[in-house]
Design a protein around this ligand. Sequence first.
Ligand SMILES: Cc1ncc(COP(=O)(O)O)c(C=O)c1O
Length: 376
Amino acid sequence: MKAIISNPPFVVFDAETIERQYRRLRDYLDQAYPKSRIFYALKACYLPPVVNKLIKIGCGLEIVTPAEHAIACHFGLKSDCILWNGPSLGIETLQGIAERGEILNVDSPWLFHLLEKLANKLGKRVSVNLRLNPSGEGRLGMPPDQAESLLKRSHGVEVNGLHVHLGRGRRFESIALAEKQRFLEIAARWEKDMSLRLQSINLGGGLTVGQTPEMTLGSLIQQLKQLRSTPELFLEPGAYLVEEAGTAYARIVSTKTIGEARWAMLDIGANFLIPLDRNSFQIVGAGPVGGTDKVQFGGPFCFEADIIAREQPVTVEPGDIVRVVRCGAYTESLSSYFFSAPPRVFWRDGDVTKELHRKTSPVDLFLAHHGYPVES
Ligand SMILES: Cc1ncc(COP(=O)(O)O)c(C=O)c1O
């Protein structure tokens, strides 16, 4: 590891951190609501050892595309461990889901009606969950009144569960809990007024990384326990399981001051450390922590959004190697060949650290990705 550290930039994903996060959540659920299952939101990180680890310790997969389904198949997951979301699943995809009996959260009445036609064609009843959008925020799920009208239909598609997930980020943070509380109120009302029997309630992802599961889920589970049908609880965490498992090592290449702002420029940037408003990368420096000298960290690219972290209380010197922590989620999976190839990636499991899928130099990778010939 020492030889690797002197040669940044690179990223390490750590098996023990993933297992720790999973155990925290599983242990909490085992005492608070044992009838529950965890489906890892695959989009958070696709790296094979990460996904393999999560499946081995007990997760199913939450997926959205046929490409993600191919990963679930690669790991030999059974149909009841594969859970689909998605606002624009095509007819062939829906047919495959129905035939294989995988779990499906239906995003719109349009998709529900497509499924009715499919059920008719296949001559079998199809069981689904409805994805609700109680607040009217965002573009995913369906308003409760539209969903309610689907409960009354009996054209081969049976509603057995309800789902809610609101994206993370500044826009949704303040309403996330209220959204889920409202969702559970609706579920209770439909049990009573519509005789809906709920086999599952899915509270989506969005578990806050730095908090205990009890803090994010405690009050919701109390509410869930009031439901008559005692449904199974499904959760779809992404970041909670993998964000803290990823650490980037990068070198400070240069420093400068613009106006009041002190900047340190690193050799890793927005083709891996994606500037999403949900991400919260933090810098751990080589030198002493603290002081009044708060530093902004940017990446190497000529692209204003290439900002990694602001107001970091660390001492910076060009040449120092720093760690960028909390970068395991929505980084590798969104990485691109913008400006250069993404950084080298390593997998650490206990004492063993190995490099993943790098067969050629970063420049050759970059050239090949953009369609240029590469010698050798
Ligand atoms: C439907 C759904 N479930 C779960 C997740 C995972 O969210 P998080 O990583 O915030 O836990 C996402 C993320 O976009 C999602 O769209």
